[in-house]
Ligand binder design. Structure first.
Ligand code: DGP
Length: 141
């Protein structure tokens, strides 16, 4: 547990939450500031800063629980779809530095939108970018 982490405190039961699911590995509860009805968070009970910080085995355990939780959430709010959103790092809108997934139920006309200013992939840049990333992946493997 990390001393100054609000989600660690929620996981430890020191701060209340509206819990929807709990087991040995994860806790799931309603987001305090829902952007859509049913907005739910899924966190590991152990403290990991974000996706780049979590051991593969723990991540696979968390990931395995997501479809079951997402199905339950969207069934209750009767939404046909959802985002599973992970803000990874402060610049990527992560405000709580404890790994968490957002389950965001979506339906047509719900008024929620994620800005997606799509550009155009240019072949020369793309070739170089893909090669550099592929090399970085090979090095990390
Ligand atoms: P993010 O920007 O991805 O780090 O999202 C953090 C979310 O956590 C944000 O949607 C609000 C939610 N949140 C922050 N503090 C609390 C809390 O004390 N209780 C609950 N239920 N949610 C919280």
């Amino acid at each position: 547990m990390k001393e100054d982490c609000i989600f660690c405190k929620i996981a430890a039961g020191e701060i209340p939450c509206f819990k929807v699911y709990e087991d040995d590995l994860v806790l799931s509860f309603l987001d305090i500031g829902p952007v859509v009805a049913g907005h739910t968070l899924v966190i590991p009970k152990r403290h990991y800063r974000n996706l780049l910080d979590v051991p593969a085995e723990a991540l696979s355990g968390i990931s395995r629980r997501l479809p079951m939780l997402a199905r339950a959430v969207i069934s209750v709010v009767q939404a046909p779809a959802c985002h599973l959103l992970l803000n990874n790092g402060v610049e990527a809108m992560q405000s709580v530095q404890h790994l968490h997934y957002h389950i965001l139920p979506r339906r047509q006309g719900d008024g929620f939108g994620v800005p997606w200013p799509a550009g155009r992939l240019e072949a020369t840049t793309a070739r170089q970018m893909a090669a550099e990333i592929a090399a970085a992946v090979a090095k990390a493997h």
